[in-house]
Ligand binder design. Structure first.
Ligand SMILES: Cc1ncc(COP(=O)(O)O)c(C=O)c1O
Length: 394
């Protein structure tokens, strides 16, 4: 029977679109941390922050409980307040915009570039008003945004540049690691990301004042620093000087983060190999488009997305999605434009704001990309995709 008609899946077992890689060194590092007197915010947290500074070349790093907490802390540190507008991309996880709402700000969505799928600097310019206080640009799938252009726009308009690099740890822009190029850069260590702490996040910055604010915000805005206290009745006395949160990371999560970070270059190389293979194979398939990379970005890819061309769209993405699932290929869609979510619709955002993002959303499917995929896995994934496309192009 030909591959076209067989009902046997190309892959024997289901492969998810993303997955963590934990080895014995990671387990040992966590076990060791659990035997320490500190269970939370102890020496491992400090060491993880130092390791992140080394990796990103940033002067300061603050680790927190998630990438979402990192974004919230970043918005709070720059003082986003009710009525402030912050420009971001619609093609992202909701947290990139929710953090603006947490501070009472107004998310303003700027459309993406039709080929790189990252926020388009021209669209950022178009959306700037007197109320704009910041840009949150997302390194979508791991590819760096056009950092120089965005930095220039922010400088001209005296607004902050937050880079949401949840997807992009390990990525370099013009030879510099992301993490020290925007005013604030945020990371996520959720299990599908390039390195994981279970849950976790970080903010990096070169600005000492922002760093101090981030550290306070992570722990209720409570200080013991004598220079900040208004009264000083006894040793160990503390005062709450703002409205912070408990966004602390535990020491055993930080120990996992340190151990994972040691493998970043190995993780990164393997992800690049897989991306190169996919790019080569999918470039040969006329019914697919792949994401364009800018020369400036040396990307550690978090997600791999295929875009369906017109003849496949006639079949419908959900039909293709179901057929690929039957081949045991795990899939996702990253992302529906944030303002499509019912919560945002209730806030008054209407469809049509960002037409390029909206048409991208209708046409994309995320396929498996993670460190431990074998060569035979990726060959079979490509075979499965070819098989389904041939089925529907017949
Ligand atoms: C672009 C982006 N920003 C922020 C986040 C939030 O990170 P976390 O899940 O660690 O809260 C995610 C999570 O997937 C993300 O993809």
């Amino acid at each position: 029977m030909s591959e076209k008609t067989t009902n046997t899946p190309v892959l024997d077992v289901f492969i998810p679109y993303g997955k963590q890689y934990i080895d014995e060194d990671d387990i040992e590092a966590v076990s060791k941390a659990l035997r320490n007197p500190y269970l939370t915010t102890g020496p491992e947290v400090d060491a993880f922050e130092r390791a992140l500074c080394q990796e990103t070349h940033a002067k300061f790093a603050v680790v927190v409980s998630s990438g979402t907490a990192a974004l919230h802390a970043a918005c709070a540190a720059i003082g986003i307040k009710p009525g402030d507008e912050v420009i971001t991309t619609p093609i992202t996880f909701a947290a990139s915009a929710n953090c603006i709402l947490y501070c009472g700000g107004i998310p303003v969505f700027a459309d993406i570039d039709s080929e790189t799928w990252n926020i388009d600097p021209k669209e950022i310019r178009r959306k700037i008003t007197k109320k704009t206080r910041a840009v949150i640009a997302v390194d979508f799938t791991g590819q760096a945004v056009q950092i120089d252009e965005i930095r220039q726009i922010c400088k001209e308009n005296d607004i902050y540049f937050i880079e949401d690099a949840a997807h992009a740890l390990g990525t370099k822009y013009k030879g510099h690691p992301v993490g020290s190029l925007a005013d604030l850069t945020t990371f996520s260590f959720h299990p599908v990301k390039t390195i994981t702490c279970g849950e976790g996040g970080a903010i990096t910055t070169n600005d000492e004042e922002l760093y101090r604010k981030l550290k306070l915000f992570r722990s209720h805005d409570i200080t013991r620093d004598p220079s900040q206290l208004t009264q000083c009745p006894y040793n160990g006395y503390n005062e709450q000087i703002g409205l912070g949160f408990n966004y602390r990371m535990t020491d055993f999560q930080a120990a996992l983060g340190i151990s994972q970070l040691k493998k970043l270059s190995v993780f990164s190389s393997r992800r690049k190999e897989i991306v190169d293979y996919y790019n080569k194979e999918f470039s040969k398939i006329a019914q697919l488009t792949i994401q364009k990379e800018i020369d400036a970005s040396d990307t550690t890819r978090h997600l791999y997305i295929i875009r369906l061309r017109q003849d496949l769209l006639k079949v419908g993405r959900s039909e293709i999605f179901k057929a690929l699932n039957k081949e045991n290929i795990g899939l996702q869609v990253h992302y529906a434009p944030v303002y499509y979510h019912p919560y945002y619709q209730k806030l008054g955002y209407e469809k049509g704001i960002c037409p390029i993002a909206e048409s991208l959303y209708e046409e994309i499917i995320t396929i498996p990309l993670f460190y431990s995929l074998t060569n035979s896995d990726i060959e079979n994934i490509v075979r499965g995709i070819r098989k389904v496309i041939e089925q529907y192009s017949a």
